[in-house]
Design a protein around this ligand. Structure first.
Ligand SMILES: NC(=O)c1ccc[n+]([C@@H]2O[C@H](COP(=O)([O-])OP(=O)(O)OC[C@H]3O[C@@H](n4cnc5c(N)ncnc54)[C@H](OP(=O)(O)O)[C@@H]3O)[C@@H](O)[C@H]2O)c1
Length: 294
């Protein structure tokens, strides 16, 4: 069994990005610039934005954390988005989700210019993904793709079972792995809360991608010998041995599943870090498009 080390891989990719950015700077170009719009004070959202800003610093990007009050109206938020769309000094931006209930997430995401939509959630970018056109792949699937590519995990003809059909993970991941080419050419099944015989389907899988948000859902008896297991889940469970009172676990019962796998991602230290790194990849891509380096 081999660990798919998201920490190590993130470090390596970030070093590669930093080298590229240093090259741009030494040739007189400005640094790539990522903006995060944070609506309100949700502690998890604050944590995620902070880690994105920290990654920007590590790769030499400029970053701006734009914090707005949680009572902001839809119109005012759309006005901020309009300004970011026009700002030539911004290469990409994200509106951190979830949004307070009074805001319509679909309208907000659609207002983001597809050219700056480094989260890849805009319908135009999702459409391009389905058509196999060049686009911003949403950060979590892109991070998983990088893991697969960099560990040379074969995907052609493989049976992949993705647990979870969210717009940000399960659905786009299924598109990526069923595309022609590498990583892709897989036979993908998506299961969700209404699926029958999930255990049977998982047992057939060469590659399992778990993204449901249920701690330790995927158990040893559901995984075949030699499977590749990618755990997207980030769940807080009570843990009195920790100072914080909780620990983070994935959707996979790691300790018991790992010995059966050929490869597995840990939680933490797997997909989560790669998701942030993938956002850096998308921001660099946007910047390079603007200056026609691509
Ligand atoms: N590592 C990262 O960077 C990263 C990024 C994003 C999310 N996450 C984590 O990944 C997990 C999933 O996130 P998400 O946003 O994709 O989730 P989500 O939007 O909550 O969707 C969960 C999916 O799991 C399905 N599901 C729930 N219970 C199930 C069950 N008992 N059996 C089968 N399917 C079930 C749901 O089915 P229905 O559609 O039928 O409701 C839904 O499709 C969470 O732990 C989240 O924190 C991690």
């Amino acid at each position: 069994m081999k660990i798919l080390d998201g920490k190590l891989l993130s470090k390596k990719i970030k070093e590669e990005i930093k080298l590229e950015v240093d090259g741009f700077l030494s040739n007189g170009y400005r640094a790539p610039h990522l903006v995060a719009v944070l609506v309100g004070e949700d502690p998890a959202s604050k944590f995620y934005v902070k880690s994105k800003m920290k990654s920007c610093e590590q790769v030499g990007f400029r970053s701006t954390n734009m914090v707005v009050d949680k009572s902001i109206t839809q119109l005012d938020l759309l006005s901020i988005i309009g300004d970011l769309n026009k700002d030539q000094g911004v290469d990409g931006y994200i509106v951190q989700l979830p949004l307070p209930e009074h805001l319509d997430v679909d309208i907000v995401l659609e207002a983001i210019s597809p050219d700056k939509d480094v989260d890849g959630f805009h319908p135009v970018n999702m459409g391009k993904l389905i058509l196999g056109l060049d686009t911003f792949v949403p950060a979590t699937p892109l991070g998983i793709i990088e893991i697969i590519k960099r560990y040379n995990i074969p995907t052609e003809g493989k049976d992949v079972v993705i647990v979870g059909r969210s717009n940000i993970v399960g659905k786009p991941m299924s598109i990526c792995l069923s595309q022609k080419g590498y990583p892709g050419n897989s036979t993908v099944t998506i299961v969700h809360s209404r699926s029958k015989n999930i255990e049977e389907k998982l047992k057939q899988a060469d590659i399992i991608i778990a993204a449901i948000g249920k701690p330790n859902f995927v158990k040893e008896h559901m995984v075949k010998e030699g499977a590749v297991v990618i755990d997207v889940g980030i769940n807080r469970v009570e843990d009195s041995s920790k100072k914080s009172g909780y620990s983070l676990v994935g959707d996979v019962d790691f300790d018991n599943v790992a010995p059966k796998c050929s490869y597995i991602t840990p939680v933490p230290g797997g997909v989560g870090l790669m998701t942030v790194t993938a956002l850096m990849i998308n921001t660099l891509k946007s910047y390079k498009k603007k200056y026609e380096f691509e």
